[in-house]
Write a protein that binds this ligand. Sequence first.
Ligand code: GLC
Length: 659
Amino acid sequence: MPNSALFSTIRSVFTNKKIKGKAHQPFIDRFIGNAILLHSLFSQLYSKRADFETRFMEMIELISDAYLERNSTLVKRDKEKEKQGIWFLSNNMAGMSLYVDRFVGSLKAMPEKLDYLQELGLNLVHLMPLFESPEGASDGGYAVSNYRVIDKRFGTLDDLKSLQKSLQEKNMNLMIDIVLNHTSNQHEWAQKAREGDSFYQDFYYLYDDRTIPNQMEQSMPEVFPESSPGNFSYDKKTNKWVMSVFHNYQWDLNFTNPHVLHAMLDNVFFYANLGIDILRVDAPAFIWKQMGTSCQNLPEAHIILQFIKIALETATPGMAILGESIVAPKQIMDYFGKGIMTTHECDLAYNATQMALQWDALATADTRNMLANQPVILQKPLGCTWINYTRCHDDIGLGFEDSYIEAVGYTPYLHRDYLKNYLGGRLVTSPSSGDLFGVNPKTNDARISGTLASLCGLEKAINKKDAKAIQTSIDKILLMQANSVLLGGIPMVFYGDEFGCTNDYSYLKDPSKSYDNRWMHRPVIDWKKNAKIRKKGTVENQIFKGIQHILNIRKSNNIFSDTNNLEWLESHNPSVVGFKRTLGNQQVFCLFNYSAETQGLTYYVFNSVRKQTQKLLNLSDKSVIKIGKDHEHLMFKPYQFYVLLAESHHSNLLTIQQR
Ligand code: GLC
């Protein structure tokens, strides 16, 4: 379509929908500015289809309707966010991921917990999947059967709307998921497909026999090799094989069909207009399939995400998107957009490599692998940011690259084996009580389940009533959290970890969960136990206060905003890793001892600030540390971390709260 025809089509849509005049001008400008890009992205996906122009016209209508449906409060909020610059880079952002039912029972009860979250230092809530999914075959809500109706286990859409209002009043943000890659086999589209409706059969990948599935499986890895081996399932009703990369009840959507993109973008806008601040796009790496490939991270998957991002920038600009792409570090980077599309794809991505590397360091007391991976992780473009975390609802994958493991002198296979045994509770000498998840006997791959506290040794220590080991595990928990929180990007605490929940084995009694040991780290919160956070010196109190303190340090100093101001340090001690962040005349050094031993670090590491100052302000306790001579040592207790600020004047730090 020539540009002139494109613009006249857009103009005719605007005229029909009465989009004209001053009030609409910002939207009109955004649309005109993005039109050629939207058209180009759409044509990269679908230009070979005879109905291409009609489908694109429908997209113009959809984007315009989404804009018209945005209420004035949200438009105002969009403008406020725009004024802040890139709002999600701020050091004020910090969140918690939680299952509404397991955290507090229902959506209705959520508002009463917002003070608690704020007390911890959080201003973002990630609610795990809320929309209808069949009980017993829900994959924790990631098998959605209705994208518009809240599952009655959690409440109603009105409950979600009033929670969103309460969050807004408290200046807090809301994040929810959209599952783009697949629907439940109980979704209306799947049901219609099963009844033989060819329009909806095209929404999925259905095959009459195993010929194509067999060919595709040659190159497709398995996601859940234990509980759901293979990538296709037989559907009795249609007598067909359906692609189901995750569980057999999660049917992969066919994005080669533009009707699918239209229907899912419609759902994305529905969430945007509910007032969602960050939309977590589940498993985007999988959304495009092609014979002969792994069917992950394909260029078209990126084009779809870019199309969605530009459509959002046009109609509902206040909602950012987080791509949940848990892939190799080099590939994660692509989800921020490449080349001229840099910063026009996902605004945020999980720093999954860093998370796994922190577990690697904790298990080995050797931080060299973490350091070796940083040049890739640091390629994150300015304007996008990470979700930094120590644990989430999923397993820990050890997907970092072999070459770095080799570069620091380990054999990749043996190294991963050690990590799995150590964290997965297979080593008698290990304090961790996790378990292996997704063991693939064909490749010997496995991932790890377990709560932060249990993986850090708290569960075993409590069982043994070993006070010293309890203290050590608390130190480990705080070290892990400090590393994630101080990195920059949005720290995301996983619910229960804020007061040391150990593994919850009740899932074993529930047949709909017992096949999936990720439920061990998705606890049902015991608020009586949680009340111990108020009693000084308890385990719960030390962990809660410790995390609160770290979050407070971050919030009180905008050196922790993500302006790509981070540089990793060569520490001369493999057990201690550190980075420095710079802002104007300030530099903050964050240093972490990952070993169970006392360690020393030569003051040489502070050479970059020596000319500026001889003193460092310890942000944890506000003590002042004098920088010693190069060959002298700053000493670390086991698992101790430091946050040390160097600047000429310390007076502006008085706001930092005492622990
Ligand atoms: C994502 C979710 C995970 C789920 C999968 C399939 O990776 O985090 O929990 O099983 O997608 O939807």
